[in-house]
Design a protein around this ligand. Structure first.
Ligand code: ADP
Ligand code: ADP
Length: 235
């Protein structure tokens, strides 16, 4: 079963008198375990598509299912639960809470999982901070960390809830080239070892080329679907 199923999705925004078609006729079926890039120029609709897949925005038309559950059929409580347990987010500006330490930021979404005891939460935080190489930085606040370290905290936070699906909106946009590549390699490594599905957006060709599946969007429409074959893409 596909982890993400998008059927004929459209998204329109009203800007004053004018209607903006951010997405038109999007169809996608994403298999579990893939490392997928959504590539396209700025303004092409990448964030809108990720937000709709992540259930933080709703389509104007069409249907979305996540792990076999149709999103529009969920009550608000069910949707909050689906988001908390199934989906992790990584953002270009990291979106960490500035007054919390690295470990408190990773623990934060775990507070929503009521079945976890305090000891179980602590153990998860320890495990995932270790996985991203930040065990020694657990007590640091975001402003005491580099950009790459902040994004590592965000990756640990996205994984700690045992999300099956991690959505990353331009995760390297605020990092220098080498740090961005390190972050992508870390995500890829976790994807390979854990089978967690990663979907990330980028307008950077180098970053895009680290994916094993590619969705190219232009002007709110899919213009190409690619699959990696060795060093090149098959469209
Ligand atoms: P990308 O992530 O590829 O840069 P976006 O998904 O952010 O693209 O935007 C796609 C289009 O939708 C753009 O034309 C953008 O201006 C428009 N758009 C996005 N969000 C809104 C909004 N809240 N209100 C009006 N227009 C929007
Ligand atoms: P070159 O610089 O050799 O002419 P391109 O600029 O066409 O090659 O492609 C650079 C990389 O982007 C290659 O890995 C290629 O497979 C990939 N690529 C080419 N066309 C597209 C496309 N429409 N969408 C996404 N990736 C593409």
């Amino acid at each position: 079963m596909a982890i993400v199923q998008v059927e004929n999705v459209g998204k329109r925004y009203l800007l004053g008198e004018q209607e903006v078609h951010a997405l038109t006729g999007i169809n996608l079926s994403i298999e579990p375990g893939v490392f997928l890039a959504i590539a396209g120029p700025s303004g092409s609709g990448k964030s809108t598509l990720l937000n709709i897949i992540g259930c933080i925005d709703t389509p104007s038309s069409g249907r979305v299912s996540i792990a076999g559950r149709e999103v529009s059929g969920q009550t608000p409580d069910q949707l909050a639960d689906l988001r908390a347990r199934t989906i992790g987010f990584i953002f270009q500006s990291f979106n960490l809470l500035p007054v919390l330490s690295a470990e408190e930021n990773v623990e934060y979404p775990l507070l929503q999982l009521r079945e976890l005891s305090r000891a179980e939460r602590r153990e998860r935080v320890r495990h995932y901070l270790g996985m991203v190489g930040l065990s020694k930085y657990a007590a640091h606040r975001p402003n005491q960390l580099s950009g790459g370290q902040r994004q590592r905290v965000a990756i640990a936070r996205a994984l700690a809830t045992h999300s099956k699906l991690v959505l990353a909106d331009e995760p390297t946009a605020n990092l220098d080239r080498r740090t961005g590549e390190d972050i992508l390699r870390l995500m890829k490594d976790i994807n390979r070892k854990s089978g967690t599905t990663f979907i990330f957006s980028t307008h950077d060709r180098r970053v895009m080329n680290m994916a094993d599946r590619l969705v190219r969007i232009e002007d709110g429409q899919i213009s190409a679907l690619g699959m990696r074959a060795g060093k090149s893409w098959v469209f």
